[in-house]
Design a binder for this molecule. Structure first.
Ligand code: DX5
Ligand code: ZN
Length: 266
């Protein structure tokens, strides 16, 4: 559906969603830390699985995602699989499957990297496998990977993830030159979810929003700031303003931690 965005080149009608990455929260308190972000306005959780192979670090795996599901049965999980052989983890991650009881929406997405499958000729196979296991499919590409590598598959996937840092750790700087890829995908797919991940914070989100990203991952930009609710609501408003073309009076309200029920400053 075309929007009413007038001069906004990247205008689209994809819902603005903010997905905190839990990589840099207190992961010993994962369910609680996730709840803190959700209460502060997060729309979904971005769960970074790292295998010490595709990226040097190891984070957590399918087992932890399954345990987290028990604490958050109605929350959308975007599982960012930074693993060398994603096909080996599809069935385990699918254990965390859930359907929202009211909206009937699928709450589990398996997002894998094209770099792990293209050279092995397995991209199509993994897409099919993820779907057979009842999950939504996300396809990610690293900063060094040309956007042309994912284009042949975008019709079949639910979301494109444009990495805005070299994957592996939180707290890196946003690579603004990746916005060309976002613009390219948005121009071809006005209704497709496009996610950006890496270095997205209140002062960098406008670039991503203007390019057409609607799913905003932020790790340190959510967990390492003074006011989590303000950071989340500010980023959401950026997508609504620059991506959806809403006027100021129609934007989601700014929210502050101090106004959240039961908020206790630490
Ligand atoms: C990086 C991960 C990101 C990371 C984002 O490899 O995929 O999800 O946690 O963290 P920030 O927002 O701090 O760059
Ligand atoms: Zn990630």
């Amino acid at each position: 559906m075309a929007g009413l965005c007038g001069s906004f080149k990247a205008c689209h009608c994809c819902t603005a969603r903010i997905g905190p990455s839990v990589l840099d929260c207190d992961t010993a308190m994962l369910a609680t830390e996730a709840a803190r972000a959700l209460r502060a306005g997060a729309d979904y959780l971005h769960l970074d699985v790292m295998d010490g192979n595709f990226v040097p670090a190891i984070s957590f795996g399918a087992n932890v995602i399954g345990k987290l599901r028990a604490h958050h049965p109605k929350v959308f999980f975007d599982c960012h699989m930074m693993v060398a052989k994603p096909e080996e983890q599809v069935e385990q991650v699918a254990q965390a499957k859930a359907i929202h009881p009211d909206t009937k929406k699928n709450l589990l997405q398996f997002t894998f990297h094209i770099e792990t499958t293209k050279s092995r000729g397995k991209t199509q196979e993994v897409i099919d496998l993820v779907k057979q296991n009842g999950m939504l499919v996300g396809l990610a590409l690293n900063p060094a990977t040309p956007v042309e590598h994912v284009l042949p598959y975008l019709d079949q996937v639910d979301m494109a993830l444009v990495m805005t840092v070299v994957p592996g750790k939180g707290g890196q700087s946003f690579m603004v030159d990746m916005m060309e890829k976002v613009r390219h995908v948005r121009a071809k797919y006005p209704e497709k979810d496009i996610e950006v991940d890496g270095g997205v914070k209140v002062h960098t989100v406008d670039e991503a929003a203007k390019a057409g990203a609607n799913m905003i991952v932020s790790g340190t930009g959510v967990y390492k700031v003074e006011d989590m609710a303000l950071a989340i609501s500010t980023m959401k408003r950026s997508v609504e303003l620059y991506g959806n073309g809403l006027t100021e009076d129609k934007l989601s309200p700014l929210r502050y931690d101090k106004d959240l029920a039961g908020y206790a400053a630490s």
